[in-house]
Write a protein that binds this ligand. Structure first.
Ligand code: UT7
Length: 332
């Protein structure tokens, strides 16, 4: 049975470190509040002039090198971000151009924190059906350029960081059991306005108005407590859906990589699933919440640190804006 394997993986974090103490100087917050409520100690912000597609391209270069392939072998790109360089087009085409790839297709996925899992599911279908053989999947976010440092936006402003992760996916026709075993995707659009950036909106004619700017409508907003509660419930449910489909149990999981939204959420998810802490990959203290990029960054780091070894069962799960959530299981 044909499966999709991760042939190469890489990540890129912009160099500028912004600590909680740095944030104390520009907004009404404290290192203590941020650490206690989120586990975040520092995050990285891109410099002005750098775009999301630049971060994505850097991660892609590392993943291609890790895969040991020539970039000309890539026959499709899937890109996930909620913070594209431009309102349109998406970053997939920019990554294609920046890598100097031939006229292959490039698809953008808009599923926010669940973006990597949705993108993996899409790429997996293309590979298993034989449509494409080597797909570059990039997930990147640059959130620091549009955060609200007033008291109204401080809950979100302290959370987000910039970064990118990428994988090169390839078909595996051997019967070694390796590859993407399952993807389960969910959404509930009744909660659109609980975690969103309301403007710009196509409903407004004209779309861009100064009054919206002054009302802070171009900033991301969320109902933090509701998102927290749902994230803690839905991620374990998505993991259980995968285990059920595969006929496996929680004990079969070698590592769980939850979307790094808030360290308290990751701990609650692990507790809900009764997975011991040492099996949970957590790096939010260094990077904050990098949205679609958080899972591939954490996976890439864990691989580079030698934690993830061939044959291990890796569970990924995410929850975010939409609401959207899901899980994916990979036999490494
Ligand atoms: O990636 C997916 C999307 N995001 C998430 O998954 C995040 C989910 N939500 C959360 O992680 C948490 O809700 C937050 C960390 C965002 C907030 O933590 P909380 O424990 O839910 O705090 P809260 O929003 O209920 O606010 C508690 C207090 C409020 O003050 P009062 O009303 O009690 O006086 C806030 O104004 O904390 C205040 N507050 C802050 N204080 C210092 C909110 N943000 C900050 C801040 N610094 N940055």
């Amino acid at each position: 049975m044909r499966r999709t394997i991760i042939k190469g993986i890489g990540h890129y974090i912009p160099p500028r470190v912004v600590t909680n103490h740095d944030l104390e100087k520009i907004m009404n917050t404290s290192d203590e509040w941020i650490r206690e409520r989120t586990g975040i100690v520092e995050r990285h912000w891109a410099e002005p002039g750098v775009g999301t597609s630049d971060l994505a391209t850097e991660a892609a270069i590392r993943a291609i090198e890790d895969a040991g392939i020539d970039k000309s072998e890539i026959d499709f790109i899937v890109a996930a971000t909620l913070s594209p360089d431009h309102y349109f087009p998406g970053i997939g085409v920019q990554v294609q151009a920046k890598l100097g790839l031939k006229e292959i297709g490039a698809l953008d996925i808009r599923n926010q924190c669940s973006g990597f899992i949705y993108a993996l599911s899409v790429a997996d279908q293309y590979i298993r059906t034989g449509t494409y053989n080597k797909i570059l999947l990039v997930a990147a976010e640059l959130q620091s350029a549009n955060l609200d440092f007033s008291d109204e936006g401080r809950d979100m402003a302290v959370l987000f960081g910039d970064g990118a992760g990428a994988v090169v996916l390839e078909a595996n026709d051997s019967d070694d059991g390796r590859g993407v075993l399952s993807c389960h995707l969910f959404s509930d659009g009744r909660f659109v306005s609980e975690l969103w950036m309301e403007k710009p909106s196509s409903k407004d004619n004209p779309t861009f108005r100064e009054e919206f700017f002054h009302q802070g409508k171009f900033f991301p907003r969320m109902n933090g407590r509701l998102v927290f509660k749902n994230a803690c419930e839905k991620m374990p449910q998505a993991v259980m859906a995968g285990l059920e489909k595969l006929g496996l149990t929680v004990n079969d999981i070698d590592y769980l990589i939850p979307h790094q939204a808030n360290d308290r959420i990751s701990q609650m998810v692990a507790r809900g699933l009764r997975i011991p802490e040492e099996k949970v990959i957590r790096n939010i203290h260094k990077y904050g919440n990098t949205t679609a990029a958080s899972i591939p960054i954490a996976l890439s780091e864990a691989v580079k640190e030698g934690k993830i070894k061939p044959g291990m069962l890796i569970a990924l799960t995410a929850f975010g804006s939409g609401f959207t959530w899901g899980s994916a299981f990979i036999r490494w």
